[in-house]
Design a protein around this ligand. Structure first.
Ligand SMILES: *Cc1c(COP(=O)(O)O)cnc(C)c1O
Length: 363
């Protein structure tokens, strides 16, 4: 049985009529940059996230970079970041002229360890950037409390976390600023690149509107040195179609994850266990094993796609070699990179596919 990691074609087939009519709507009105669709999407997404404002931008990386730039930090200021995350979180910090200060993962959760953040705060720390990784959030209340106590902003990387809940609060309004990606394979994905930032601060909102559009409030009047980083009108139209299915898709993912958990309970693999505070969105379904490479090649032979998220952690990337981190600096994150494997997980997957994947692993 062939089990692909994703199936964006099945998604297109199901939504074809709505996506096609969104396309024709944009073609007909002919307003391709910052038109009505972007405005409506921003309103609808802010609403979904329980947030006052949303600003659509060109990618998840830009959402993170612009969010940091909007705060007026100084070159060389420090931002606390998880050791275990996708490289984009670190790159955004560096691109904004700031210094990433990594914090180790918490065992069994994959998330940044909230108990280790305090020690990383210095007089140069300006922000904590938690990442809501894989399927849940870190333990946010202690992190938000730490931010308040130390006068440091909490700006999240929510690129994987559309629809995740923390203690009944939805991601998008947990932190002062939250940054999303709409890369096609995210739980809410565009049909190309896209990103967004949510916030309740009108000041941050106004600044972000300028930053994404050449530093302008009025056409041809640049008040600051901004970017060209706008959410595309066509992508906004597609995202509006897909957003109406997000909750249903996430429910489907939870059903599949429950089935995986049942099927793999006695397989010898470490299966992901959401924290009691979390309602997961299962962006990915990561298992852990010291036989990871063997399992992956066995799955390959059985026509099952799997992916390692991520094979090289940011602190060991060539891009950060000048920092001289070693694999021993963050042993839990290093273990994650060595042992993690993401099994196929998407809302168009059938139960029989989960059963088949599990059977291959058990064998
Ligand atoms: C996908 C992702 C990003 C970057 O998003 P792009 O839209 O690809 O720029 C950032 N952080 C995390 C954790 C991601 O998974």
């Amino acid at each position: 049985m062939k089990v692909p990691f994703q199936n964006l074609r099945a998604l297109y087939r199901e939504l074809k009529d709505d996506l096609d009519s969104a396309y024709f709507r944009v073609m007909e009105h002919g307003n391709f940059i910052l038109g009505e669709e972007v405005k409506l999407f921003e309103k609808e997404f802010a609403n979904y996230c329980g947030s006052k404002y949303c600003v659509g931008v060109a990618s998840g990386l830009d959402a993170l970079t612009l969010a940091l730039e909007s705060q007026g930090f100084k070159t060389g200021d420090e931002v606390i970041v998880p050791a275990n995350t996708y490289i984009a979180t670190w790159i955004a910090i560096s691109r904004a002229g700031l210094v990433p200060v990594p914090v180790e993962a918490r065992k069994g959760t994959f998330q940044m360890d909230h108990e280790k953040i305090g020690d990383a705060i210095t007089e140069r720390t300006r922000a904590i950037m938690p990442v809501h990784l894989y399927f849940q959030t870190p333990d946010m209340d202690p992190i938000l409390e730490l931010g308040r106590e130390s006068g440091v902003k909490v700006i999240s990387d929510a690129a994987q976390a559309h629809g995740v809940r923390y203690k009944d609060r939805i991601v998008g309004s947990l932190c002062e600023i939250e940054c999303f990606s709409f890369f096609p394979t995210k739980n809410l994905g565009a049909l190309g690149d896209g990103g967004a930032i949510t916030t309740n601060s009108s000041e941050t909102y106004e600044k972000l509107l300028m930053l994404r559009n050449y530093g302008t409030k009025r056409k041809y009047v640049s008040e600051i040195i901004g970017y060209n980083s706008r959410l595309d009108e066509l992508q906004a139209a597609f995202l509006r179609v897909k957003m109406s299915r997000l909750e249903m898709w996430n429910r489907k993912r939870r059903e599949l994850a429950d089935l995986y958990a049942m099927e793999l309970e006695d397989s010898g693999l470490e299966i992901p266990r959401p924290q009691p505070y979390a309602l997961p969105n299962w962006h990915i379904y990561p298992v852990m094993s010291d036989q990871r490479d063997k399992i992956q090649s066995k799955l390959n032979k059985a026509d099952v796609e799997s992916i390692v998220h991520y094979p090289i952690p940011p602190y060991l990337q060539g891009a950060y070699k000048q920092e001289h981190f070693t694999r021993y600096d963050f042993p839990i994150s290093t273990e994650i990179a060595n042992n993690i494997l993401s099994l196929p997980m998407h809302p168009y997957m059938g139960k029989e596919q989960v059963e088949y994947v599990s059977e291959v692993i058990r064998s």
